[in-house]
Design a protein around this ligand. Sequence first.
Ligand SMILES: [Mg+2]
Length: 601
Amino acid sequence: MSRKSLPAGVALVAGVAIFGVTWSHASVVSHSAAAASLNDLPLNSAILLGGTPIWTSPMTGVMLATVALLSLAILAVLSRVNKLRRQVSEQEGALQKASETTQAIRELSRSMLQVAAQRPYDVHFPVRGSEEVAELVDGFNAMLTEMQRRDRARKEAEARLQQMVLFDDLTGLPNRRLLIDRLTHSLAKGWRENRKVALLYIDLDGFKLVNDGLGHNVGDALLGQVAQRMKSRFRQSDTLARIGGDEFTLILENVQGPEDADTVGRDTLEVLKAPFDVDGHSIRMTASIGISMFPEHAQEGGQLLRQADCAMFAAKRNGKNRVVQFGDGLGTAARERLMLEGELRQAIENGEITLHYQPEFDLATNTIVRFEALARWAHPTLGPIPPLSFIPIAEESGLIVPLGAYVLERACMDAVKWQARAKRPIQVAVNVSSVQFARDSFLEEVEETLHRTGLKPSLLQLELTESATLTGVERAADLIRRLTGRGIGVAMDDFGTGYSCLSYLPRLFLDALKLDRTFVTELAVRQETRAFVQSVLSMAHNLHMKVIVEGIETREQLELMRALGTNEAQGYLLGRPTANPMEQLAWGADLARARDLEAVS
Ligand SMILES: [Mg+2]
């Protein structure tokens, strides 16, 4: 029995008890009504009725029974009412719960719509309502957590993609795409505000040597350091971008004129001056910088970029490590260069490059000891193109590698033919670009060529330039040692120009130094030159190197160099480059004959 139905049950029992007692007394009274006196009544009846004798007649018993019955009826009604009230209360509770559940579902539904529309995946909904609704909210929260995780991953992937698309992976600088975009904005702003914009095209000098000689890892690390060093110097508002291998550009907004851009260009050269320490290598790096101005030179981004590139190319041609402003005529030079680069590629493929040979004489025996191979390019329409024009293009474009391999192969083949006709061994000298020398496969390629052509290693002399040591004296010394170890001769060409450093010579184990022609012309007029040549000769001989002098054009020069102790000589006085060197050998090839040749020419 429930707690609420307890009073009704008690009332029912009490009613039944009153009715039973009353009924029993009424029976006693009815059966002995006439004879019995009041004193005969049971004591407990008097107590029940409060000591008042109220059942003095049969009617009294009837009344009592009626009252008892009514009491019972009332008790039954009360019990029923109580039960109904309890049922209503229970239904009210159920309705309240249903209402709360409906409310929770509505709120959840609204939240779902809001999440679908605005995607606030970082919200978390409180768990309430029925067990089923709580389960639903729990599931929804779990779904939000998962969607938040996926949303974060998507955003990160998008950011990475944007970084890849617009920024250079190696340096973190804007790439060409972003540069063009920013340049377009800068020029539009320049138009609106009537301001000038400068574009600097910065190209590192000789970077290819680092890449080929020390490896791409060192090259990449160097580019990173160069980028950081330049970036630290420029204003936040200036855009420094990397648009190619070793090519950077800088957009300068709000410049007063070309002088401002020029100052920034010079600052850039200055900031690059200190050596870079990469992986234990101390590397010196310079740059060639071209500048074009908006609106003076161009009003459109692409054109401005091309003009800055042209100016940069002019800076390279004028000796590198300098700043050049775009101006009239530079565009033509750049077009010519591009045209020549394309045609040189074709010329190498078609075998249009020929070799001429210039003799070198031993001053002790007055005989030819070798011929230097010199590449010649006879352009079908432009005529002969001087090596000074096409060799720099070949070096900058990388065409020097196939060109150098072609020259080496042809020279070795020709030298094999000479040996059959000459009375003594004749060497062939082949010029090697520092780009070729920097290649890891250089020694292997030389050996293969010798093997293929059948030329003895001792009949080949390679002429290196001083820039061969740019990728490290240790590496150069090691490679020279391996070449000379195989019997191949190695000479330092144009010695005394460019990167001259007497201190590294003892470490290189060269066979010969080829003194640059400028010393020959200066010898007669400058006393210091004579002292320098004497010291070079003395040092070279102490290191068991021969000294070859080039550019001998007069007898006086020849006799002076001979008197100073030069071992070998080359120059127009002794023999011009020729396609048929065997003719010179056939003439006897002595100095008297060479002088006769000069006399008749
Ligand atoms: Mg040479």
